[in-house]
Design a protein around this ligand. Structure first.
Ligand code: BG6
Length: 491
Protein backbone atom coordinates (compact mmCIF):
# COMPACT_ATOMS: atom_id res chain seq x y z
CA UNK A 1 0.00 0.00 0.00
CA UNK A 2 1.25 3.46 -0.87
CA UNK A 3 0.22 6.13 1.63
CA UNK A 4 0.84 9.64 0.33
CA UNK A 5 1.11 12.52 2.83
CA UNK A 6 0.38 15.84 1.17
CA UNK A 7 -1.85 14.03 -1.33
CA UNK A 8 -3.88 17.11 -2.23
CA UNK A 9 -0.72 18.82 -3.53
CA UNK A 10 0.40 19.18 -7.11
CA UNK A 11 3.00 16.40 -7.10
CA UNK A 12 0.41 13.68 -6.45
CA UNK A 13 -1.76 14.71 -9.40
CA UNK A 14 1.10 15.68 -11.70
CA UNK A 15 3.62 12.89 -11.18
CA UNK A 16 2.71 10.19 -8.66
CA UNK A 17 -0.75 9.13 -9.82
CA UNK A 18 0.10 9.34 -13.55
CA UNK A 19 3.25 7.31 -12.85
CA UNK A 20 1.25 4.68 -10.98
CA UNK A 21 -1.38 4.66 -13.69
CA UNK A 22 1.24 3.93 -16.35
CA UNK A 23 2.63 1.14 -14.20
CA UNK A 24 -0.87 -0.25 -13.77
CA UNK A 25 -1.54 -0.21 -17.51
CA UNK A 26 1.85 -1.84 -18.12
CA UNK A 27 0.84 -4.47 -15.52
CA UNK A 28 3.82 -3.70 -13.35
CA UNK A 29 1.96 -3.06 -10.10
CA UNK A 30 1.45 -5.85 -7.58
CA UNK A 31 -2.02 -7.32 -7.82
CA UNK A 32 -3.21 -6.06 -4.43
CA UNK A 33 -1.77 -2.60 -4.77
CA UNK A 34 -3.76 0.30 -3.27
CA UNK A 35 -3.11 4.01 -2.74
CA UNK A 36 -4.29 5.96 0.26
CA UNK A 37 -3.99 9.73 -0.09
CA UNK A 38 -3.79 11.66 3.17
CA UNK A 39 -3.79 15.39 3.73
CA UNK A 40 -5.56 18.20 5.52
CA UNK A 41 -8.17 18.77 2.81
CA UNK A 42 -11.66 17.56 3.46
CA UNK A 43 -12.40 15.13 0.58
CA UNK A 44 -14.20 11.84 0.09
CA UNK A 45 -12.66 8.93 -1.78
CA UNK A 46 -14.77 9.88 -4.79
CA UNK A 47 -13.68 13.52 -4.72
CA UNK A 48 -10.04 12.49 -4.48
CA UNK A 49 -10.44 10.03 -7.37
CA UNK A 50 -11.97 12.79 -9.47
CA UNK A 51 -9.17 15.18 -8.59
CA UNK A 52 -6.27 12.89 -9.33
CA UNK A 53 -7.71 10.62 -12.03
CA UNK A 54 -11.10 11.23 -13.63
CA UNK A 55 -10.87 15.00 -13.90
CA UNK A 56 -7.12 15.36 -13.74
CA UNK A 57 -5.64 17.53 -16.49
CA UNK A 58 -2.48 15.40 -16.26
CA UNK A 59 -4.31 12.23 -17.26
CA UNK A 60 -6.85 13.67 -19.66
CA UNK A 61 -5.21 12.52 -22.87
CA UNK A 62 -4.34 9.12 -21.52
CA UNK A 63 -7.87 8.48 -20.28
CA UNK A 64 -9.29 9.34 -23.67
CA UNK A 65 -7.00 6.77 -25.27
CA UNK A 66 -7.77 3.95 -22.88
CA UNK A 67 -10.67 1.66 -22.39
CA UNK A 68 -12.86 2.33 -19.36
CA UNK A 69 -12.10 -0.92 -17.60
CA UNK A 70 -8.49 0.15 -17.10
CA UNK A 71 -9.59 3.42 -15.63
CA UNK A 72 -12.15 1.89 -13.32
CA UNK A 73 -9.78 -0.88 -12.28
CA UNK A 74 -7.19 1.74 -11.35
CA UNK A 75 -9.54 4.24 -9.72
CA UNK A 76 -11.06 1.58 -7.48
CA UNK A 77 -7.66 1.18 -5.87
CA UNK A 78 -7.48 4.81 -4.77
CA UNK A 79 -8.68 6.00 -1.36
CA UNK A 80 -8.46 9.13 0.73
CA UNK A 81 -8.17 9.93 4.43
CA UNK A 82 -8.66 13.42 5.83
CA UNK A 83 -6.01 14.06 8.49
CA UNK A 84 -7.92 16.95 10.03
CA UNK A 85 -6.36 20.31 10.54
CA UNK A 86 -2.90 19.14 11.44
CA UNK A 87 -0.31 16.59 10.26
CA UNK A 88 1.08 16.48 13.76
CA UNK A 89 -2.14 15.33 15.44
CA UNK A 90 -2.08 11.63 16.36
CA UNK A 91 -2.72 9.02 13.69
CA UNK A 92 -5.06 6.47 15.30
CA UNK A 93 -7.75 7.23 12.68
CA UNK A 94 -5.22 6.84 9.88
CA UNK A 95 -3.87 3.62 11.39
CA UNK A 96 -7.39 2.15 11.53
CA UNK A 97 -8.05 3.09 7.92
CA UNK A 98 -4.76 1.57 6.85
CA UNK A 99 -5.57 -1.65 8.69
CA UNK A 100 -9.05 -1.88 7.13
CA UNK A 101 -7.63 -1.38 3.64
CA UNK A 102 -4.89 -3.84 4.41
CA UNK A 103 -7.37 -6.54 5.37
CA UNK A 104 -9.75 -5.76 2.50
CA UNK A 105 -7.07 -5.63 -0.18
CA UNK A 106 -4.60 -8.18 1.14
CA UNK A 107 -1.57 -5.90 1.11
CA UNK A 108 0.12 -8.06 3.78
CA UNK A 109 1.06 -5.06 5.94
CA UNK A 110 3.58 -3.83 3.35
CA UNK A 111 3.43 -0.04 3.54
CA UNK A 112 5.28 2.65 1.65
CA UNK A 113 4.80 6.16 3.10
CA UNK A 114 5.44 8.98 0.66
CA UNK A 115 6.19 12.37 2.25
CA UNK A 116 5.12 14.99 -0.25
CA UNK A 117 4.95 17.72 2.37
CA UNK A 118 7.26 20.54 3.44
CA UNK A 119 10.41 19.05 5.04
CA UNK A 120 9.51 20.63 8.39
CA UNK A 121 6.78 17.97 8.64
CA UNK A 122 9.01 14.95 7.95
CA UNK A 123 10.04 14.35 11.53
CA UNK A 124 6.59 14.95 13.09
CA UNK A 125 4.97 12.60 10.54
CA UNK A 126 7.63 9.94 11.12
CA UNK A 127 7.09 10.24 14.87
CA UNK A 128 3.33 9.91 14.56
CA UNK A 129 3.72 6.86 12.35
CA UNK A 130 6.04 5.32 14.90
CA UNK A 131 3.66 6.15 17.77
CA UNK A 132 0.92 4.34 15.88
CA UNK A 133 3.22 1.33 15.42
CA UNK A 134 3.42 1.92 11.68
CA UNK A 135 7.22 1.72 11.54
CA UNK A 136 7.41 -1.83 12.79
CA UNK A 137 8.54 -4.45 10.31
CA UNK A 138 7.43 -7.40 12.39
CA UNK A 139 4.62 -7.99 9.93
CA UNK A 140 5.36 -6.75 6.39
CA UNK A 141 7.88 -4.09 5.36
CA UNK A 142 7.60 -0.34 6.02
CA UNK A 143 9.39 2.24 3.87
CA UNK A 144 9.49 6.01 3.71
CA UNK A 145 10.01 7.98 0.52
CA UNK A 146 10.95 11.61 1.09
CA UNK A 147 10.88 14.34 -1.49
CA UNK A 148 13.43 17.05 -2.08
CA UNK A 149 14.46 19.60 -0.94
CA UNK A 150 16.33 17.46 1.56
CA UNK A 151 17.59 20.24 3.76
CA UNK A 152 18.49 23.83 3.21
CA UNK A 153 22.09 23.47 4.29
CA UNK A 154 24.37 20.78 5.69
CA UNK A 155 23.14 21.45 9.19
CA UNK A 156 19.46 21.24 8.33
CA UNK A 157 20.04 18.06 6.26
CA UNK A 158 21.70 16.48 9.29
CA UNK A 159 18.78 17.50 11.48
CA UNK A 160 16.36 15.93 8.97
CA UNK A 161 18.39 12.75 8.76
CA UNK A 162 18.64 12.44 12.53
CA UNK A 163 14.94 13.22 12.90
CA UNK A 164 13.88 10.48 10.49
CA UNK A 165 16.43 7.98 11.78
CA UNK A 166 14.98 8.19 15.28
CA UNK A 167 11.86 6.44 14.02
CA UNK A 168 12.92 4.54 10.90
CA UNK A 169 16.16 2.72 10.12
CA UNK A 170 18.31 4.07 7.27
CA UNK A 171 17.53 1.13 4.93
CA UNK A 172 13.83 2.01 5.30
CA UNK A 173 14.40 5.60 4.12
CA UNK A 174 14.31 6.38 0.38
CA UNK A 175 15.34 9.95 -0.52
CA UNK A 176 14.09 10.73 -3.95
CA UNK A 177 16.10 12.53 -6.62
CA UNK A 178 14.10 12.24 -9.80
CA UNK A 179 17.23 12.68 -11.95
CA UNK A 180 18.33 9.23 -10.81
CA UNK A 181 15.11 7.87 -12.29
CA UNK A 182 16.10 9.10 -15.75
CA UNK A 183 17.32 6.35 -18.03
CA UNK A 184 20.12 8.50 -19.39
CA UNK A 185 21.47 9.25 -15.92
CA UNK A 186 21.55 5.52 -15.16
CA UNK A 187 23.17 5.01 -18.53
CA UNK A 188 26.20 6.92 -17.27
CA UNK A 189 26.99 3.83 -15.22
CA UNK A 190 26.49 1.53 -18.17
CA UNK A 191 28.49 3.70 -20.58
CA UNK A 192 31.38 3.69 -18.18
CA UNK A 193 31.32 0.22 -16.73
CA UNK A 194 29.98 -2.06 -19.42
CA UNK A 195 32.32 -0.95 -22.20
CA UNK A 196 36.03 -1.32 -22.46
CA UNK A 197 36.42 1.62 -24.84
CA UNK A 198 35.67 4.49 -22.45
CA UNK A 199 36.95 3.53 -19.02
CA UNK A 200 40.66 3.33 -19.96
CA UNK A 201 40.42 6.96 -21.10
CA UNK A 202 38.32 8.12 -18.16
CA UNK A 203 41.04 9.87 -16.17
CA UNK A 204 43.46 12.79 -15.97
CA UNK A 205 45.75 11.31 -18.63
CA UNK A 206 43.20 11.69 -21.39
CA UNK A 207 40.46 14.00 -20.18
CA UNK A 208 41.11 17.72 -20.42
CA UNK A 209 38.00 18.88 -18.63
CA UNK A 210 34.42 17.92 -17.90
CA UNK A 211 31.49 20.19 -18.53
CA UNK A 212 27.94 19.67 -17.31
CA UNK A 213 25.14 21.93 -18.47
CA UNK A 214 21.63 21.91 -17.16
CA UNK A 215 19.48 24.54 -18.82
CA UNK A 216 15.78 25.21 -18.65
CA UNK A 217 13.90 27.61 -20.89
CA UNK A 218 11.15 28.19 -18.33
CA UNK A 219 11.42 30.74 -15.55
CA UNK A 220 10.27 30.08 -12.00
CA UNK A 221 6.68 29.61 -13.20
CA UNK A 222 4.26 29.60 -10.27
CA UNK A 223 6.89 28.64 -7.73
CA UNK A 224 8.38 32.09 -7.08
CA UNK A 225 7.69 31.88 -3.33
CA UNK A 226 9.53 28.57 -2.94
CA UNK A 227 12.28 29.38 -5.43
CA UNK A 228 13.18 32.71 -3.90
CA UNK A 229 14.13 30.94 -0.68
CA UNK A 230 16.03 28.30 -2.58
CA UNK A 231 17.86 29.44 -5.73
CA UNK A 232 19.57 27.43 -8.46
CA UNK A 233 22.29 26.05 -6.21
CA UNK A 234 19.87 24.48 -3.76
CA UNK A 235 17.11 23.69 -6.23
CA UNK A 236 19.20 21.87 -8.87
CA UNK A 237 22.90 21.81 -8.08
CA UNK A 238 23.06 20.27 -4.61
CA UNK A 239 20.88 17.37 -5.63
CA UNK A 240 20.41 16.58 -9.34
CA UNK A 241 23.75 17.88 -10.59
CA UNK A 242 25.75 16.50 -7.69
CA UNK A 243 24.20 13.11 -8.46
CA UNK A 244 25.35 13.37 -12.07
CA UNK A 245 28.80 14.50 -10.92
CA UNK A 246 29.06 11.51 -8.59
CA UNK A 247 28.30 9.10 -11.45
CA UNK A 248 30.91 10.72 -13.68
CA UNK A 249 33.56 10.84 -10.95
CA UNK A 250 33.04 7.54 -9.11
CA UNK A 251 35.35 4.55 -9.21
CA UNK A 252 34.02 1.25 -10.57
CA UNK A 253 31.88 -0.41 -7.91
CA UNK A 254 32.60 -4.05 -7.18
CA UNK A 255 29.08 -5.05 -8.22
CA UNK A 256 25.63 -3.69 -9.00
CA UNK A 257 24.13 -3.99 -5.52
CA UNK A 258 22.67 -0.76 -4.07
CA UNK A 259 25.27 -0.34 -1.33
CA UNK A 260 28.15 -1.16 -3.65
CA UNK A 261 27.12 1.62 -5.98
CA UNK A 262 26.15 4.08 -3.25
CA UNK A 263 29.43 3.58 -1.39
CA UNK A 264 31.36 4.61 -4.49
CA UNK A 265 29.13 7.63 -5.05
CA UNK A 266 29.71 8.84 -1.51
CA UNK A 267 33.44 8.39 -1.94
CA UNK A 268 33.27 10.41 -5.16
CA UNK A 269 31.38 13.27 -3.51
CA UNK A 270 33.80 13.28 -0.61
CA UNK A 271 36.68 13.70 -3.01
CA UNK A 272 35.41 17.00 -4.44
CA UNK A 273 37.75 19.77 -3.32
CA UNK A 274 35.80 22.00 -0.95
CA UNK A 275 36.34 25.67 -1.71
CA UNK A 276 37.14 27.58 1.39
CA UNK A 277 39.06 30.75 0.69
CA UNK A 278 37.28 33.77 -0.72
CA UNK A 279 39.65 34.10 -3.66
CA UNK A 280 38.82 30.61 -4.94
CA UNK A 281 35.14 31.15 -4.32
CA UNK A 282 35.32 34.48 -6.15
CA UNK A 283 37.20 33.00 -9.11
CA UNK A 284 35.34 29.71 -9.35
CA UNK A 285 31.70 30.57 -8.88
CA UNK A 286 29.27 32.77 -10.79
CA UNK A 287 25.71 33.59 -9.96
CA UNK A 288 23.19 35.61 -11.89
CA UNK A 289 19.51 36.41 -12.29
CA UNK A 290 17.48 36.70 -15.47
CA UNK A 291 16.21 40.14 -16.31
CA UNK A 292 13.22 41.17 -18.40
CA UNK A 293 13.58 40.57 -22.08
CA UNK A 294 11.72 39.76 -25.26
CA UNK A 295 11.75 36.24 -26.60
CA UNK A 296 10.34 35.77 -30.10
CA UNK A 297 8.49 39.06 -29.82
CA UNK A 298 6.97 38.17 -26.46
CA UNK A 299 7.78 40.12 -23.32
CA UNK A 300 9.22 37.97 -20.56
CA UNK A 301 9.35 39.13 -16.94
CA UNK A 302 12.62 39.46 -15.10
CA UNK A 303 13.13 37.24 -12.05
CA UNK A 304 12.56 40.07 -9.59
CA UNK A 305 9.20 40.82 -11.19
CA UNK A 306 7.92 37.26 -10.86
CA UNK A 307 5.03 36.53 -8.47
CA UNK A 308 6.20 35.59 -5.02
CA UNK A 309 9.72 36.95 -5.57
CA UNK A 310 11.12 39.76 -3.47
CA UNK A 311 11.72 42.78 -5.76
CA UNK A 312 15.18 43.15 -4.14
CA UNK A 313 15.90 39.45 -4.20
CA UNK A 314 19.49 38.26 -4.43
CA UNK A 315 18.51 34.66 -5.15
CA UNK A 316 20.34 33.23 -8.16
CA UNK A 317 18.57 31.71 -11.16
CA UNK A 318 21.94 30.92 -12.75
CA UNK A 319 24.78 29.15 -10.97
CA UNK A 320 28.08 28.05 -12.47
CA UNK A 321 30.86 26.42 -10.50
CA UNK A 322 34.37 25.31 -11.38
CA UNK A 323 35.94 22.71 -9.14
CA UNK A 324 38.55 19.98 -8.87
CA UNK A 325 38.42 16.44 -7.60
CA UNK A 326 41.15 15.44 -5.21
CA UNK A 327 41.89 11.86 -6.07
CA UNK A 328 44.26 9.84 -8.20
CA UNK A 329 41.99 9.59 -11.23
CA UNK A 330 40.99 13.22 -11.54
CA UNK A 331 43.96 15.18 -10.23
CA UNK A 332 44.17 18.51 -12.08
CA UNK A 333 41.09 18.01 -14.26
CA UNK A 334 38.70 20.96 -13.95
CA UNK A 335 34.96 20.36 -13.80
CA UNK A 336 32.60 23.09 -14.95
CA UNK A 337 28.98 22.72 -13.92
CA UNK A 338 26.19 25.18 -14.57
CA UNK A 339 22.44 25.28 -14.14
CA UNK A 340 19.94 27.99 -14.95
CA UNK A 341 16.38 28.99 -15.69
CA UNK A 342 15.35 31.05 -18.72
CA UNK A 343 18.04 29.84 -21.06
CA UNK A 344 17.49 29.49 -24.81
CA UNK A 345 16.44 25.86 -24.55
CA UNK A 346 15.88 22.94 -22.19
CA UNK A 347 18.87 20.66 -22.19
CA UNK A 348 21.02 18.62 -19.83
CA UNK A 349 24.27 17.15 -21.03
CA UNK A 350 27.62 15.91 -19.81
CA UNK A 351 30.57 16.68 -22.05
CA UNK A 352 33.86 14.89 -21.68
CA UNK A 353 36.52 16.95 -23.47
CA UNK A 354 39.57 14.89 -24.38
CA UNK A 355 43.13 16.16 -24.45
CA UNK A 356 45.05 16.97 -27.57
CA UNK A 357 47.35 14.10 -28.62
CA UNK A 358 50.94 14.66 -27.44
CA UNK A 359 52.30 14.82 -30.95
CA UNK A 360 50.09 16.31 -33.61
CA UNK A 361 51.01 15.60 -37.15
CA UNK A 362 47.94 17.15 -38.75
CA UNK A 363 48.14 20.42 -36.91
CA UNK A 364 47.36 22.58 -39.89
CA UNK A 365 44.37 20.51 -40.79
CA UNK A 366 41.77 22.96 -39.52
CA UNK A 367 40.22 20.82 -36.80
CA UNK A 368 41.72 20.66 -33.35
CA UNK A 369 41.94 17.31 -31.69
CA UNK A 370 40.51 19.07 -28.66
CA UNK A 371 37.36 18.57 -30.64
CA UNK A 372 37.36 14.97 -29.43
CA UNK A 373 34.35 14.93 -27.19
CA UNK A 374 31.98 12.44 -25.69
CA UNK A 375 28.61 14.05 -25.13
CA UNK A 376 26.06 12.28 -23.01
CA UNK A 377 22.71 13.88 -23.66
CA UNK A 378 20.62 13.40 -20.56
CA UNK A 379 17.62 15.24 -22.04
CA UNK A 380 15.98 15.89 -24.46
CA UNK A 381 17.09 13.88 -27.55
CA UNK A 382 18.44 11.36 -25.07
CA UNK A 383 21.53 9.70 -26.44
CA UNK A 384 25.28 9.61 -26.77
CA UNK A 385 27.41 11.51 -29.26
CA UNK A 386 31.09 11.07 -30.03
CA UNK A 387 32.90 13.80 -31.96
CA UNK A 388 36.10 12.91 -33.74
CA UNK A 389 38.16 13.86 -36.77
CA UNK A 390 38.01 12.15 -40.18
CA UNK A 391 40.00 12.73 -43.32
CA UNK A 392 38.39 14.80 -46.01
CA UNK A 393 38.64 12.78 -49.23
CA UNK A 394 41.22 14.16 -51.58
CA UNK A 395 44.81 15.23 -51.57
CA UNK A 396 46.71 15.91 -48.39
CA UNK A 397 45.38 15.51 -44.87
CA UNK A 398 42.53 17.86 -44.32
CA UNK A 399 40.59 16.79 -41.27
CA UNK A 400 36.92 17.35 -40.70
CA UNK A 401 34.83 16.79 -37.60
CA UNK A 402 32.44 13.83 -37.71
CA UNK A 403 29.80 12.54 -35.32
CA UNK A 404 28.90 9.08 -34.12
CA UNK A 405 25.45 9.61 -32.77
CA UNK A 406 23.14 7.30 -30.86
CA UNK A 407 19.56 8.27 -30.02
CA UNK A 408 17.53 6.40 -27.42
CA UNK A 409 14.47 6.94 -29.58
CA UNK A 410 15.95 4.48 -32.05
CA UNK A 411 15.17 1.77 -29.50
CA UNK A 412 11.54 2.38 -30.40
CA UNK A 413 10.21 -0.96 -29.26
CA UNK A 414 11.42 -0.41 -25.69
CA UNK A 415 9.08 1.25 -23.24
CA UNK A 416 11.05 3.96 -21.44
CA UNK A 417 9.62 4.58 -17.98
CA UNK A 418 9.22 8.09 -16.65
CA UNK A 419 11.54 8.89 -13.73
CA UNK A 420 8.80 8.67 -11.09
CA UNK A 421 7.49 5.37 -12.46
CA UNK A 422 10.88 3.79 -12.22
CA UNK A 423 11.57 5.15 -8.76
CA UNK A 424 8.21 4.14 -7.30
CA UNK A 425 8.58 0.65 -8.70
CA UNK A 426 12.11 0.31 -7.33
CA UNK A 427 11.02 1.41 -3.86
CA UNK A 428 8.15 -1.12 -3.88
CA UNK A 429 10.67 -3.79 -4.72
CA UNK A 430 13.05 -2.61 -2.02
CA UNK A 431 15.77 -1.52 -4.44
CA UNK A 432 17.42 1.65 -3.13
CA UNK A 433 20.11 1.95 -5.83
CA UNK A 434 18.50 5.02 -7.34
CA UNK A 435 17.80 6.74 -4.04
CA UNK A 436 20.17 8.97 -2.11
CA UNK A 437 21.60 7.71 1.16
CA UNK A 438 21.97 9.98 4.20
CA UNK A 439 25.75 10.28 3.89
CA UNK A 440 25.45 10.99 0.15
CA UNK A 441 23.10 13.91 0.72
CA UNK A 442 25.33 15.25 3.47
CA UNK A 443 28.47 14.94 1.34
CA UNK A 444 26.80 16.98 -1.40
CA UNK A 445 25.82 19.65 1.12
CA UNK A 446 29.35 19.72 2.47
CA UNK A 447 30.56 20.81 -0.96
CA UNK A 448 27.73 23.29 -1.58
CA UNK A 449 27.52 24.93 1.85
CA UNK A 450 30.70 27.09 1.58
CA UNK A 451 29.48 28.45 -1.77
CA UNK A 452 26.11 29.37 -0.30
CA UNK A 453 27.81 30.90 2.68
CA UNK A 454 30.16 32.93 0.48
CA UNK A 455 27.30 34.12 -1.71
CA UNK A 456 25.43 35.23 1.37
CA UNK A 457 28.19 36.71 3.49
CA UNK A 458 31.30 37.07 1.34
CA UNK A 459 33.01 40.28 0.28
CA UNK A 460 32.78 41.49 -3.34
CA UNK A 461 30.28 38.80 -4.31
CA UNK A 462 28.97 39.50 -7.76
CA UNK A 463 25.40 39.07 -8.94
CA UNK A 464 25.14 39.37 -12.69
CA UNK A 465 22.10 39.79 -14.84
CA UNK A 466 21.33 38.01 -18.10
CA UNK A 467 18.53 38.64 -20.50
CA UNK A 468 15.93 35.89 -20.34
CA UNK A 469 16.58 33.63 -23.32
CA UNK A 470 20.38 33.83 -23.55
CA UNK A 471 23.09 31.46 -22.28
CA UNK A 472 23.65 33.26 -18.98
CA UNK A 473 25.66 36.39 -18.19
CA UNK A 474 28.44 37.47 -20.55
CA UNK A 475 30.93 37.03 -17.76
CA UNK A 476 30.14 33.34 -17.48
CA UNK A 477 32.88 32.55 -19.97
CA UNK A 478 35.36 34.02 -17.45
CA UNK A 479 34.93 30.93 -15.35
CA UNK A 480 36.04 28.74 -18.17
CA UNK A 481 38.48 31.28 -19.62
CA UNK A 482 41.53 29.09 -19.73
CA UNK A 483 39.56 27.11 -22.29
CA UNK A 484 37.57 29.82 -23.94
CA UNK A 485 33.88 29.17 -23.74
CA UNK A 486 31.08 26.89 -22.65
CA UNK A 487 29.61 24.53 -25.18
CA UNK A 488 26.14 25.89 -25.79
CA UNK A 489 24.13 23.06 -27.31
CA UNK A 490 22.64 23.97 -30.65
CA UNK A 491 25.03 26.85 -31.33
C1 BG6 B 1 13.08 20.15 -9.90
C2 BG6 B 1 13.31 21.61 -9.63
O1 BG6 B 1 13.69 19.36 -8.93
O2 BG6 B 1 13.62 19.83 -11.18
C3 BG6 B 1 12.69 22.47 -10.72
O3 BG6 B 1 12.74 21.95 -8.37
C4 BG6 B 1 13.18 22.05 -12.07
O4 BG6 B 1 12.99 23.85 -10.50
C5 BG6 B 1 13.03 20.54 -12.25
O5 BG6 B 1 12.41 22.73 -13.04
C6 BG6 B 1 13.71 20.10 -13.53
O6 BG6 B 1 13.45 18.75 -13.76
P1 BG6 B 1 13.52 18.15 -15.23
O7 BG6 B 1 13.28 16.70 -15.04
O8 BG6 B 1 12.42 18.83 -16.00
O9 BG6 B 1 14.85 18.48 -15.77
Amino acid sequence: MLIIFGASGDLTARKLIPGLFNLYVAQQLPENFVVLGASRSDMTDEEFRDKVVNKSPYLKEKLEDLKDNYVKGFTDRIFYEDLGSDYTAEYSGLAKRIETLNVDSGTESNYMFYFSTPPSLYEPIAKNLADAGLNSQEKGWKRLIVEKPFGYSLESAKILNNGLQQYFKEPQIYRIDHYLGKETVQNLLVTRFSNSIFEPLWNRNYIHHVEITNAESVGVEKRGGYYDKSGALRDMFQNHLMQIVSLVVMEPPIGDQPEEIRNEKVKALKSLRIMQDEKTLFDHTIRAQYVASEINGEKVKGYREEDGVDPNSITETYAAVKFFVDNWRWHGVPFYVRTAKRMPTKVTEVIIHFKTPHHQIFKDSGVSSKDNKLIIRIQPDEGVLIKFGVKVPGQGFKVERANLDFYYSSLAQTYVMEAYERLLLDAMQGDATLYARADEVEAAWEFVDPILDYWKNGKDVRMYGYAAGVWGPENSDELIDDLGYWRNPGE
